[in-house]
Design a protein around this ligand. Structure first.
Ligand code: SF4
Length: 174
């Protein structure tokens, strides 16, 4: 595939890192440097529980270009990515992650996959289809996030999300 994004970049900007950057540039930088936030964060713990429950029900994972596609469901030979989030507040992050995963599939020639982002606790579901415009948008963001990851740590963001962020200790929010 002819792309400005190299495979090496994708081993830095994984789906998890990509979603972190979409939340906060500073969080993305931490994530790109494989610095992990506090594991006692209630939101992380709840997210793990939800994913564990879904895996117990027979759903699967695949590994692609440095990223894990957490749950993939094949229906009538179609590929559907299901991104499960712990709460409604994580839907934006899940939507960004799903777009990134659709882009990865596009890179290997799979263009008919769809994605479903769901938060079981709120019964909210968002469905996403890939498109040339969306792939271009994801590529531009990967290039921006990669350039940011090899620079200095971005300043602390003025964001209402800090209280729910696993890096808040590193940002002096506790
Ligand atoms: S605590 Fe706030 S500024 Fe720090 S990484 Fe998290 S969201 Fe960004």
């Amino acid at each position: 595939m002819d792309s400005r994004v190299s495979e090496d970049m994708l081993y830095v900007i994984t789906s998890h890192v990509y979603a972190s950057f979409s939340f906060c540039m500073r969080e993305g930088w931490f994530s790109a440097h494989r610095i992990h936030g506090t594991q006692t964060n209630d939101y992380l713990a709840r997210g793990r529980l939800v994913e564990t429950l879904y895996k117990r029900h027979g759903l699967r994972q695949i590994y692609l270009l440095g990223s894990v596609i957490d749950i993939v469901v094949d229906e009538k030979n179609d590929t559907k990515i299901v991104e499960v989030k712990a709460s409604k507040s994580s839907m934006k992050r899940g939507t960004e992650q799903a777009k990134f995963l659709l882009y990865l599939l596009h890179r290997i020639g799979i263009d008919d996959a769809t994605a479903e982002v769901t938060a079981p606790t709120s019964r909210e579901t968002v469905r996403i289809n890939g498109s040339p415009e969306m792939y271009a948008e994801v590529e531009n963001k990967i290039l921006l996030y990669y350039a940011t990851s090899i620079g200095d740590l971005p300043p602390k963001a003025d964001t209402s999300h800090c209280h729910a962020c696993s890096y808040r200790l590193l940002c002096g929010d506790e």
